[in-house]
Write a protein that binds this ligand. Structure first.
Ligand code: ATP
Ligand code: TZE
Length: 535
């Protein structure tokens, strides 16, 4: 080590490069790639050599340190304490099967940085107890650069959220690693956060820089998104400016209905085969433009068209399409409404919901009490298939607020009264009619109306000429369109049920579609029954 008696060097973990010489593109040398990456904004480098002989490893470490010193960037060595000591590196990084942390501490000078790879909360607890300086959390996604096929090696976004919760209150830094690319970076930074907002200090990449023909540009993009992200504490999925009163939310909902009719957003829906037709008709009736498109191959094209995306996994099909659609929507900053229909009913549904939420960031999660309870891992409300059993949660406002904070999105809990929250504000809508619970797919249609309003709101926000903020996943406030979607369906249901021609659930459904098409901003303003509570 170079400095033995001084304080630990300050490390900025924002853009952490792990080297992998085997990934270099043809014609690019290691030192060229490293230097370009440093010019692009890499803030810390770990030299990782899994097959090199000791002499070669030492020589690579020395070359790396010589270059990084010019950029004032610290260098860590993967696993090999001897190489770290001989080369004068700033510290080491160990995996779970490498030299134990306590032994490494004894062998290294006190100012050495030690980082540990963690796949689960037990690893994190042990690393805290052992005095680690920083943790590498992951894998976030499956990758080819490391063998992460063993069970438990891919905690994903949800597992990383749990690990970050354990780090709350400590000064230990953390980076996420595993499959991180510029295209999923905003999603990773956004998703990897504890419910109280303890987030990452940076992200680690291998191939995104090492395999790039333009490592400087790759590093610049990563650095720009990271610094944009870091500039906003506890960043929600979208910027929500709380409106001052219930009246203001109602007025905004009325305005958003006008907007839906003017902009006619494309509402791309991957939904279950029970409700496809009624959902497409509900979209058209409101003024949106539906497309039911589930093939993975068409998601790149569809995500480029502004509007909203609904992912409803009611009959658990088209999971490949859902994964691709959500990823592409995040890339294009389109709002995603996720309806995890019947998620509590089977282990397969629970696993699928986790898989989807690990792949992309939802803007709105909506469900009945059993569904929201299952996503929130609460056992208070039981499910029977796609239905919720009993009278719901004792404290629904806290349930939605807590889940919204955990998932960093808007949460809608449907039922006799609907609760909508962004993690701070909770809005209750008491419009609706019991006939809604007597037709299948009224919850699914609610997902559709919300996606329609979110699509219009995001199109409006994207038109504003403000500079693109690479840290956001959706532009514009998404709480108001979520409220508008609930008001539209529930007010239309009251008006449909009041028709003389409606004799029961059979005649109610077409009347509901009619009333969605006849809904006016004035009707929303005169009929809405909402209350607002802000923390
Ligand atoms: N008894 C009721 N009174 C008033 N409105 C209701 C009632 N039951 C449901 N609703 C309304 O119906 C909409 C759908 O909510 P619900 O909780 O029934 O969905 P769901 O259980 O997911 O439905 P599905 O599984 O059939 O799609 C919500 O906007 C809700 O306000
Ligand atoms: C009945 C049903 N089964 C799977 S999806 C669905 C539609 C209502 O959620």
């Amino acid at each position: 080590m170079t400095v033995t008696s001084q304080a630990k060097p300050h490390v900025d973990y924002s853009v952490y490069l792990v080297t992998g010489r085997e990934l270099l593109p043809r014609g690019k040398t290691y030192t060229e790639c490293l230097e370009e990456a440093l010019k692009g904004g890499v803030t810390v480098v770990q030299v990782r050599e899994k097959t090199a002989e000791t002499g070669e490893f030492l020589s690579i470490a020395r070359q790396t340190i010589e270059i990084c010193r010019r950029y004032n960037v610290p260098v860590l060595i993967n696993d090999r304490i001897d190489i770290a000591l001989a080369s004068g590196a700033d510290g080491i990084h160990v995996g779970q099967t490498d030299m134990p942390l306590a032994e490494a501490r004894k062998l290294l000078p006190p100012n050495a940085i030690i980082g540990v790879s963690c796949n689960n909360i037990e690893h994190v607890k042990a690393a805290i107890a052992g005095g680690a300086d920083y943790l590498g959390l992951g894998s976030i996604f499956p990758t080819n650069t490391k063998d992460v096929t063993e069970p438990g090696r891919i905690p994903g976004i949800s597992g990383t959220q749990d690990m970050l919760a354990v780090l709350e209150g400590t000064t230990i830094q953390s980076v996420a690693i595993g499959g991180i690319k510029i295209d999923n970076l905003a999603r990773v930074l956004h998703g990897c956060s504890s419910p109280n907002g303890h987030g990452l200090d940076g992200i680690a990449v291998v191939s995104e820089i090492m395999a790039s023909p333009e490592p400087r540009i790759a590093a610049e993009r990563l650095a720009k998104t990271c610094s944009s992200w870091k500039s906003v504490p506890r960043r929600p999925v979208s910027f929500t400016t709380p409106l001052s009163s219930a009246v203001a939310y109602v007025r905004r909902s009325a305005e958003l209905l006008e907007l839906v009719r003017t902009l006619s957003p494309l509402v791309h829906q991957i939904t279950n085969n029970v409700v496809k037709t009624q959902s497409a008709n509900a979209t058209l009736a409101l003024g949106g433009s539906p497309i039911m498109a589930a093939a993975a191959e068409e998601q790149v094209d569809l995500a480029r068209i502004p509007g909203g995306l609904l992912i409803n996994f009611g009959t658990v099909e088209d999971v490949g399409g859902m994964l691709a659609a959500g990823r592409e929507a995040n890339k294009n900053r389109k709002p995603i409404v996720f309806d995890p229909v019947g998620v509590g009913a089977t282990a397969h549904r629970r696993a699928t919901a986790t898989r989807l939420l690990d792949a992309w960031q939802a803007t709105v999660i909506k469900g009945n009490a059993a569904e929201i309870g299952a996503v929130a891992k609460l056992e208070e409300v039981a499910s029977k298939g796609v239905d919720s059993v009993g009278s719901g949660f004792k404290d629904p406002a806290t349930v939605v607020r807590t889940l919204a904070r955990k998932q960093r999105c808007i949460v809608i809990l449907s039922g006799h009264i609907d609760y909508i929250s962004d993690g701070d504000t909770v809005i209750q809508v008491s419009n609706g009619h019991p006939l809604l619970s007597q037709i299948t797919g009224s919850g699914c249609m609610l997902g559709t109306t919300v996606a329609t309003f979110c699509g219009a709101a995001s199109m409006e926000a994207e038109k504003e000429p403000s500079e693109t903020d690479p840290g956001t996943l959706v532009k514009g406030d998404m709480l108001s369109p979520a409220v508008a979607g609930v008001l539209a369906l529930t007010i239309a249901s009251e008006r449909a049920a009041a028709r003389d021609t409606v004799l029961g659930p059979g005649s109610f459904l077409p009347a509901l579609i009619d009333e969605l098409s006849l809904l006016t901003p004035d009707t929303i303003e005169s009929s809405a029954k909402i209350t607002v509570n802000t923390l």
